[in-house]
Design a binder for this molecule. Structure first.
Ligand code: PLP
Length: 377
């Protein structure tokens, strides 16, 4: 079997499993002051240091959450509510058109629920890169404090976004910047600063359901979970000690990926499918991601055929209420619905090998060879 869906979830790294097994032996609640509690607290402190080191932020800025989706919601809702509470209301929310659904849906809901908050979309070019000039113009045109949401790299295409430029604009204009770094974290350099940065453990070989929000000390943040004073009072609830320990261990173990396997895969892909379209190919991309369309073969057909052939990939299309809806990311890049409906994503990770590339290419070759018969039928 070839598992080539690391952007969906990356299998648990042995270092993560070992750290989780050790942490599961700790009986205490990290908020308790007795020895068992202190042992649990020690596991959290270690993980906080390990995660923050990979981002280059102080450990005290890490708030552990129940995953990337929660970290995104905490950033957006926490910023808007926190700013309102301190009298510095956010009135404009700029969100790139290619954000993950957890950001798009939360931003939409926030704008509907918050009087005086205007949501504006930042478009992307045909390579899937957000337009910095649009952000600059939007910042100049309107009045009131702005919050910009721009992901570090897109989950479907792997296209890296101009986050450092957005950070410079935010600094100049007093806007806040939120970066969903769930896909970039641990895969490529994090050479930017932001007020809020969201992370998720399972995209780098850690456990699912664990994430973090890194928050600049000066940035407003209203907690969304109230009760105990955990996570500096910003996310109440007893922490998932084992999961967080696993997150820390994989953050410490992970090394940035290189693009060798992805590049070989695309080279072979172009040989066997001369008309293949590779989305975002001309832009800087994460080293592990390839998003492409096999012309005239619907993504679901390809996914099923590849799966039966032992190769696990994903499609950009989301299936809701029985209807397959083309990816909003490809749509924002101006890709036609027909082509977007044929899009597949291959994503490599820490345990990928050349054998995976070979298996994927062999399976794709068989799929393409069978395609005309299927089309005719
Ligand atoms: N943001 C991005 C860019 C993602 O790719 C994902 C997961 O697919 C998430 C957020 C959500 O993270 P989680 O699955 O930890 O909730």
């Amino acid at each position: 079997m070839a598992y080539l869906d690391h952007n969906a979830t990356s299998p648990l790294r042995p270092e993560g499993r070992a750290a989780m097994e050790r942490a599961l032996e700790i009986a205490g609640n990290p908020s308790s002051i007795h020895a068992a509690g202190r042992a649990a607290r020690g596991a959290l402190d270690r993980a906080r240091a390990q995660v923050s080191a990979l981002v280059g932020a102080p450990a005290g800025q890490v708030i552990f959450t129940g995953g990337g989706t929660e970290a995104n919601a905490l950033a957006l809702r926490g910023a808007v509510e926190g700013a309102a509470a301190s009298g510095e209301r956010i009135t404009r929310l700029f969100v790139s058109a290619i954000e993950h659904d957890s950001v798009l849906a939360t931003a939409q809901a926030l704008a509907e629920q918050t009087p005086g908050l205007r949501l504006q979309s930042v478009h992307v070019d045909k390579n899937g890169v957000a337009d910095v000039a649009t952000i600059r113009a939007m910042l100049r045109e309107g009045k009131g404090r702005a919050l910009i949401a721009l992901m570090a790299a897109n989950n479907e295409t792997g296209v890296v976004q101009p986050v450092a430029d957005a950070a410079a604009l935010a600094r100049e204009s007093g806007a806040l910047l939120f970066v969903d770094a769930v896909q970039a974290f641990g895969k490529s350099a994090m050479d930017f600063t932001a007020d809020y940065i969201s992370l998720s453990a399972h995209k780098i070989g850690g456990p699912q359901g664990v994430g973090a929000l890194i928050v600049n000390d000066a940035a407003p943040l209203a907690p969304q979970m109230l009760g105990g004073g955990q996570e500096h009072g910003l996310r109440a609830g007893t922490q998932n000690v084992a999961g967080i320990a696993g997150f820390g261990a994989v953050a410490a173990a992970c090394v940035p990926l290189d693009s060798t396997l992805r590049d070989r895969f695309e080279e072979e892909l172009k040989r066997i499918v001369p008309g293949v379209t590779i989305f975002g190919e001309d832009a800087a991309r994460l080293p592990n991601t390839s998003n492409f369309a096999l012309p005239h073969i619907a993504a679901e057909t390809s996914l099923i055929a590849l799966d039966l052939d032992g190769v696990m990939v994903s499609s950009g299309a989301a299936c809701s209420s029985g209807k397959v809806k083309p990816s909003h990311v490809l749509e924002a890049m101006g890709v036609s619905d027909d082509l977007a409906g044929c899009a597949l994503r291959v994503s490599f990770g820490w345990n990928s090998t050349q054998a995976d590339v070979d298996a994927a290419i062999a399976a794709l070759r068989r799929l393409v060879a069978r395609a005309p018969a299927r089309e005719a039928a």
